[in-house]
Design a protein around this ligand. Structure first.
Ligand SMILES: [Zn+2]
Length: 231
């Protein structure tokens, strides 16, 4: 599940495993390239990301600028965003480590932790093949930089099937582009060479960072370096 969760102020968490060390955020700041290369992955069962099932501890999050947490794969590639609750669960279960903290803290009866802004999964999570990620209008617009692929306009956007559906065109990433309404009307039901209208960029399945932008329209500045790293 790759959609951001709604912002939560009260977070329910599973109990921390007996004997497991407290979560030790590594302070602010980015990990250096050397640290990245040295690889701090822990070998572990390659399971999918866990879900919160048990609820024993209740954390209350102070109001904070963003309820979204950027999730990096074990390889440091940004893969999606999640809500603060899910991030806290991943950290307490030691499925993830903190890369960067945001402002504020999460509080519970016996524990408090810095509010995470960026976390990294300790084991590699298989990323769905790009072509399989759900196609939405917003994701098409984000991939195409909110620009009509025929005239470059940014207003009144819709989506266009490059090969019209009536001519057998599919509704896949490779056949859909952002398009303004007037170009859409002008092209109508014609093939690109008939209309003499060709998309500026060859449509392709988008990079995962596009989905991060879609899930979290207001990207915190601290994420930029990581999203740039992905591009
Ligand atoms: Zn246009």
């Amino acid at each position: 599940m790759y959609a951001g969760e709604p912002s939560a102020t009260v977070v329910t968490l599973p109990p921390r495993g007996a004997g497991s060390p407290p979560v030790q955020p590594r302070g602010g700041g980015h990990v250096t390239a050397r640290q990245r290369r040295s690889g701090q992955q822990k070998a572990g069962p390659a399971k999918g990301t866990p879900t919160a099932t048990t609820t024993e501890t209740s954390l209350t999050a102070a109001p904070a600028p963003s309820s979204h947490v950027l999730v990096l794969n074990a390889t440091y590639e940004p893969i999606h965003v999640c809500g603060i609750k899910r991030a806290a669960v991943l950290l307490l279960k030691e499925k993830a480590e903190v890369i960067e903290n945001g402002e504020g803290e999460l509080h519970a009866e016996h524990t408090a932790m810095a509010r995470p802004a960026i976390i990294r999964l300790r084991t590699y999570a298989p990323v769905p093949r790009r072509s399989r990620r759900r196609l939405t209008r917003r994701a098409v617009f984000a991939r195409d930089d909110w620009t009509c692929q025929y005239c470059g306009d940014h207003r009144d956007l819709t989506v266009d099937h490059v090969i019209p559906r009536s001519k057998g065109g599919s509704s896949e990433w490779e056949n859909i582009v952002a398009c303004c309404s007037s170009c859409n009307r002008r092209k109508a039901d014609r093939l690109p060479h008939q209309a003499r209208m060709f998309p500026k960029n060859t449509p392709r399945p988008p990079h995962p960072s596009v989905f991060i932008q879609v899930a979290c329209p207001r990207i915190p500045p601290s994420w930029d370096a990581w999203l740039g790293h992905a591009a």
